[in-house]
Design a protein. Structure first.
Length: 261
């Protein structure tokens, strides 16, 4: 089955789906009578400068040469009938849809900006959620309640928590003596978080804690004050987060209105 890369797919898309609006645009080059619009070069320059490159005659020349290469390959692909290949046709359509989706997301973000009040409300909500304290935690995760009770019994006989953690189903923390590092309770499922909040420094749970993952034995190593980063520092991340949430909600609304069979 024929497979083409992203570069080739975009090249074919450019050859097959030329917007009529570009036909009257100033031509930057002619390839076998087919015009490469100046607007296409400008678009590539815009993308390059957005990534930190300086707009220069050398950059524009390099982009022009690259687009000529793209046009030459696209024309040859069409001569070979590749534009009729079923997989190519689908990849061209997917490339076109990807561009349209990107344009939709940018347009939505432009016309539905996140307000300063929304950002501050989200900041305050997250501060409340995370609280003012973080916890250094170890845990051992096992399959059954009986296994968890056996571990608790061994701990009561002065067994080392770190050594027993080697039996944990949580391979990542097992290799670290059961350590989950520093975290806030809201990072965990409610059963785990509630048990953690009832522990004092150095204590472990005297009864197994069940969650959707299995049975836990939890130990609180230490606590420390959690200082939230300043609003201005996390503002860009909050903005991105809220925009993503809004776009996700819009997609759900569009799906609800769509006739899907």
């Amino acid at each position: 089955m024929l497979k083409i890369g992203k570069f080739a797919a975009l090249a074919i898309l450019g050859a097959l789906a030329i917007n009529p609006a570009f036909a009257e645009d100033k031509s930057a080059a002619l390839v076998n009578g087919v015009s490469i619009p100046q607007a296409r070069i400008d678009l590539r320059v815009k993308a390059a400068t957005a990534q930190g490159q300086a707009d220069s005659p050398e950059l524009r020349k390099a982009i022009r040469e690259d687009l000529i290469n793209v046009e030459v390959m696209a024309q040859e692909a069409a001569k070979l009938g590749l534009d009729k290949n079923a997989e190519v046709v689908q990849q061209v359509e997917l490339a076109k849809q990807s561009v349209l989706v990107g344009a939709f997301v940018q347009d939505y973000a432009k016309n539905h900006p996140v307000s300063e009040d929304q950002l501050k409300q989200e900041y305050d909500r997250l501060k409340t959620k995370f609280g003012n304290k973080e916890y250094s935690i170890r845990h051992i995760l096992v399959e059954t309640e009986a296994e968890a009770k056996d571990i608790i019994a061994q701990l009561g006989k002065k067994a080392k928590f770190e050594k027993l953690a080697a039996k944990s189903k949580d391979a990542g923390s097992a290799a670290q003596g059961g350590s989950l590092g520093w975290a806030v309770p809201s990072n965990f499922v409610p059963e785990f978080a509630n048990a953690l909040l009832n522990l004092k420094k150095g204590e472990y749970t005297r009864e197994p804690v069940q969650s959707q993952f299995g049975w836990h034995v939890i130990k609180l190593e230490d606590t420390r004050e959690l200082k939230a980063p300043p609003f201005e520092e996390v503002k860009p991340q909050l903005q991105q987060r809220l925009q993503q949430q809004a776009i996700k909600k819009t997609i759900e609304e569009l799906r609800a209105k769509a006739k899907i069979e």
